[in-house]
Design a protein around this ligand. Structure first.
Ligand SMILES: [Zn+2]
Ligand SMILES: [Zn+2]
Length: 101
C-alpha cells in the first residue's frame, strides 16, 4: 500500500504531493526525487516488480519524468529534506495523506 503526503515549504510556500521515501505499491516501486533542473519533487518508478528480492537498487540519479532531450540533475529525496526551490527543510508539516493504490 503506497502512501503520499502533501509537504509544504514554510520558506517559499511550495507544496507537493509525494511519498517522500522509497515506496512500494501493488505494481511498482517508487522513489521520491528532487530535480534541480525542474526545481520540483516528484515520485518516479524505479522498478515495476515490487516483490523482487533483493529489490532493484535506487539509482544515484533517478530519471526525471520530465526529462526529454537533456538529462535533469536529480537525487533521491527523503522527508524531511531540503526544498528544491529555496533549500528550507520541508517534510515536518504533513497536511494530507493519500493512498495511491
Ligand atoms: Zn521552499
Ligand atoms: Zn526534472
Amino acid at each position: 500500500m503506497g502512501q503520499r503526503f502533501t509537504y509544504c515549504c514554510s520558506g517559499c510556500g511550495y507544496a507537493v504531493l509525494v511519498s517522500g521515501k522509497v515506496d512500494v505499491g501493488e505494481t511498482c516501486r517508487t522513489v521520491t526525487i528532487s530535480c534541480a533542473t525542474c526545481r520540483e519533487l516528484s515520485d518516479v518508478v524505479v522498478s515495476t516488480d515490487p516483490f523482487k528480492v533483493p529489490p532493484d537498487p535506487v539509482p544515484d540519479n533517478p530519471r526525471c519524468a520530465r526529462a526529454r532531450t537533456r538529462t535533469h540533475v536529480t537525487q533521491p529525496w527523503t522527508a524531511p529534506g531540503p526544498c528544491p526551490r529555496c533549500g528550507t527543510t520541508m517534510g515536518d508539516d504533513v497536511l494530507t495523506i493519500e493512498m495511491w493504490d
